[in-house]
Design a protein around this ligand. Structure first.
Ligand code: NAD
Length: 351
C-alpha cells in the first residue's frame, strides 16, 4: 500500500480549515494532530474533521513520532520559531506565507532546513492559480519577449482583517497589507519574471483607515483592546539588474472603485494582464500591424491542492519544490527594503 504522509497542523484558525479540507482531497495525506493555544478551537476543528489528537502546546504535537510533516498556520511572528522546532524534530514543514517577519529570520529557517535535510516549503498558493500558470506558459512560449516592466497589486476597499488582533500589530504580523497580501503578488510576479536581482527599492506605506477603525472586513475577530500600528496601503517601485522595473500597489482599505488582484507584464513582443477576481488573462499582441487582444478564461483549479501535491511529490523525491526557502528570503529582502525606504524616505540600494 502507498505510504500516507501524516500531517500535524499548528494553529487552528481561519487558514487551518482550508488546509484540512485540502488534505482530505489528497489520498497520500492524513491529519493526525492539531494544536492551538486556544485549545477549544483545536478541539472544534478536530471534532468536525475527525482528527484524533489535539494539543495546547505545539511542542507536544511536534514530539509525536508519527507526525511526518507540519503545516504552520500560526500568526506571522511564530512562523520561524515553530518551523525551526519542527525541522529540528525531523519533520518536513509547509509554512504559511509570509515565510517569516523579515529576511534574517527567513535565512535562519532556510539554514535549519539545510542542516536537518528536511523539506521546507512556503505556502505561496497564488502561484498555482490557473491564470498564473497560463501566464507562465505564455512567457515560456516567448509570447512576451523580454519583460522589462511589471505592474502588480492586490487592492481591497474594505478589507482590514481582525482589527486589534495579531493581524494589525507590527510586532506580531511584521506589517499590514504589504506583508500579508503584497507578499503574494511580489512572489508570483517575480516568479513569472524569473527572480531578477533587485538593485534599488523605493516605497511608502500609509495608515489612514486602520487608526480610525474604518475599512474593516469580516475576516478575523475584532479585539477592541488591541492595536493598529501597521499600514493599510503600500506602494513601491523596484529596479532590478539590467534596468527591469516593477511597481506594486496593495491595500487593505482605500477609496477605490473595486477590489482587484492583478498582474500586468510589459514585454518587447507582447503584453499580458491577469485579473484574478475576473478569472481572466488578456494577451496584447499584433497580427501584422493590427493590435490584437486575446482573452483567455482558463478553467478554475484548486491552487492549494496543487501546492500540497508539489509538497508531497517533493518529499517523495518525484518533483522539485516550487516555492523554496530561497524564494522566501529573496521576497523578504524586498519587503524589508520597502519598509525601510518608507521609514527613511530614501531609496534603498541592494547588492
Ligand atoms: N495563503 C493564504 O492565502 C493565507 C490566508 C489566510 C492566512 N494565511 C496565513 O496563515 C497564518 C494564520 O492565519 P489565520 O488567518 O489562520 O489566523 P488566525 O488568527 O485565524 O489563526 C491563528 C491561530 O494560531 C493560534 N496560535 C497562536 N499562537 C499559537 C501557538 N503558540 N501555538 C499554537 N497555536 C497558536 C491562534 O490561537 C489562532 O487560532 C498567517 O501567517 C497568515 O498570514 C495565509
Amino acid at each position: 500500500m502507498r505510504k500516507k504522509w501524516r500531517f500535524g497542523i499548528v494553529g487552528a484558525g481561519g487558514i487551518s480549515e482550508i488546509h484540512i479540507k485540502t488534505l482530505a482531497k489528497e489520498p497520500r495525506a492524513e491529519v493526525v494532530a492539531i494544536s492551538d493555544l486556544a485549545i477549544d478551537r483545536a478541539r472544534e476543528r478536530a471534532q468536525s474533521h475527525g482528527i484524533p489528537h489535539i494539543y495546547e502546546d505545539f511542542r507536544d504535537l511536534i514530539r509525536r513520532g508519527d507526525v511526518d510533516a507540519v503545516i504552520v498556520c500560526v500568526p506571522n511572528d511564530l512562523h520561524a520559531p515553530v518551523a525551526i522546532e519542527a525541522l529540528r524534530a525531523g519533520k518536513h514543514v509547509l509554512c504559511e506565507k509570509p515565510m517569516a517577519l523579515n529576511a534574517d529570520l527567513a535565512r535562519k529557517m532556510a539554514e535549519v532546513a539545510e542542516e536537518t535535510d528536511r523539506l521546507l516549503m512556503i505556502g505561496q498558493n497564488n502561484r498555482f492559480h490557473s491564470e498564473i500558470s497560463l501566464l507562465k506558459e505564455l512567457i515560456e512560449k516567448g509570447k512576451l519577449g523580454q519583460i522589462y516592466h511589471a505592474k502588480t497589486g492586490w487592492i481591497r476597499r474594505n478589507g482590514i482583517p481582525g482589527w486589534g488582533s495579531w493581524f494589525t500589530s507590527m510586532e506580531r504580523a511584521g506589517g499590514g497589507p504589504l506583508i500579508d497580501i503584497g507578499v503574494h503578488m511580489l512572489d508570483l510576479t517575480l516568479w513569472l519574471m524569473g527572480f531578477p536581482k533587485p538593485r534599488a527599492v523605493f516605497g511608502r506605506t500609509y495608515g489612514v483607515f486602520g487608526p480610525r477603525k474604518k475599512g474593516l472586513s469580516s475576516y478575523g475577530s475584532i479585539n477592541e483592546r488591541g492595536v493598529f500600528d501597521v499600514e493599510d496601503l503600500a506602494v513601491a517601485m523596484i529596479r532590478f539588474e539590467g534596468g527591469t522595473t516593477l511597481t506594486l500597489d496593495v491595500s487593505w482599505a482605500a477609496y477605490v472603485e473595486r477590489d482587484r488582484v492583478f498582474v500586468n507584464l510589459f514585454g518587447s513582443e507582447g503584453g499580458a494582464a491577469a485579473e484574478l477576481h475576473d478569472r481572466k488573462v488578456t494577451l496584447f499582441h499584433e497580427e501584422g500591424d493590427t493590435p490584437v487582444d486575446s482573452v483567455y478564461r482558463p478553467a478554475r483549479r484548486d491552487d492549494r491542492l496543487h501546492l500540497l501535491k508539489n509538497f508531497i511529490d517533493s518529499i517523495e523525491g518525484k518533483a522539485e519544490p516550487i516555492c523554496t526557502p530561497e524564494h522566501g528570503i529573496y521576497i523578504h529582502r524586498i519587503l524589508d527594503a520597502i519598509y525601510q525606504s518608507s521609514q527613511t524616505g530614501k531609496l534603498v540600494e541592494l547588492d
